[in-house]
Design a protein around this ligand. Sequence first.
Ligand code: UDX
Length: 441
Amino acid sequence: MNALPRLTVIGTGYLGATHAICMAVMGYEVIGVDVDPDKVARLNSGEVPFFEPGLPELLAKALETGRLSFTTSFAEAGEFGDVHFICVGTPQMAGSEAADMTYVDAAVTALAAHLHRRALVVGKSTVPVGTAARLAELLRTAAPAGDRIELAWNPEFLREGYAVDDTMKPDRLVFGVTSAWSEERLRAVFAPVLAQGVPVKVTDLQTAELVKVAANSFLATKISYINAMAEVCEATGADVHDLAEALAYDERIGGKFLRPGLGFGGGCLPKDIRAFAHRAEELGVGQAVGFLREIDGINGRRRARTVDLVVELCGGDVAGKKIAALGAAFKPNSDDIRDAPALDVASTLAGMGADVYVFDPAAMANARKAHPELNYGTGALDVARDADVVVLLTEWTEFRKIAPEAMAEVVRAQRIFDGRHVLDPAVWRAAGWEYKALGRP
Ligand code: UDX
């Protein structure tokens, strides 16, 4: 067998496209597969179909080497690959908290039909524990190569906005395997990553599946913990910003993911904790992670509280008021608006009769498509023109840098709500602004 296994990556969203591009840059021959011909055409022409810093440059580099191409053909992928990565999405199912496995099942089924020789299929998608065992069986029965197809699980921990770094130099690799051969194949695929000293945990399939949801649940819990403290602060006049800083000095607690504010959103944390709670109930251990429902509840209450405080800033009624909403993406350095707290707040205010004007440095096209009821502007100062209140919802660097004096010149009233605790209240108040934030007096 070749020293370097040939790879395919099924699904070219945030995860799959990044993985395919980075592996090609690291020296592997890679075919990316997607059912969307438009996405495939754009990637082949050198265009990354979403916002991710550094990725367009790497795509150009990878295409230039001739090692990377994209296709809609599973037959081509099956013929080409020694190791096949499954990177399709597992969104929340409509009308349920469970993960929707339609795309994973479809991808594995479509690939299986074209696996004629010994190969390794590697799941990267975030799935309910037990999925890998089911897919291994599906591959054995559906693939012409039968028993010679093995399945491994290799969860992905990349953060949007840092996807390239997280892929090239992750905190750790997790290999869920059922044979020495699978482990050897994975070590060959990740050789350049392992050579940097990145730790690898080799384990069974179900543990590997669980690592991902356990990690995301922990992160969500940490965020909701500090946001729960914010609720208590609001009832006592205490300042959650100072509280979080003081807690962070304790190394056992640490300051990461302890930033209070509008809470978490995105395509991972919210749906992963729901799917995990749902799966645990199916397994008869619902009580063990019952707290995740509380974590979700705390997170949702931050959005409701934000709306209440904006209404309060407007004097009790937002109908007919002009509101400048800074941010739409679920976090900065991303154009992802899945379960975005910012758009949730903006559209709730619009539903209450406010004229909401939104600006986001990267997510405008996605926001417009999902929320045609909102108005959109060309910049922070543009949407703030004649605003009765300015609401900062996503902590983009350019919003942090806004000068209170410049903003004061364009608004109707100097009222600002800082949903992400990124502005200095002393500076804004000194410039004549009424400043409000969650969990701060
Ligand atoms: C997350 C995990 O971090 C990543 O490891 C996993 O692979 C996928 O899910 P991502 O969804 O890209 O990544 O975003 P992340 O940076 O984790 O932020 C999640 C949300 O939490 C954002 O809405 C962010 O604004 C919010 N957040 C984060 C806080 O509200 N407070 C914090 O202290 C940290």
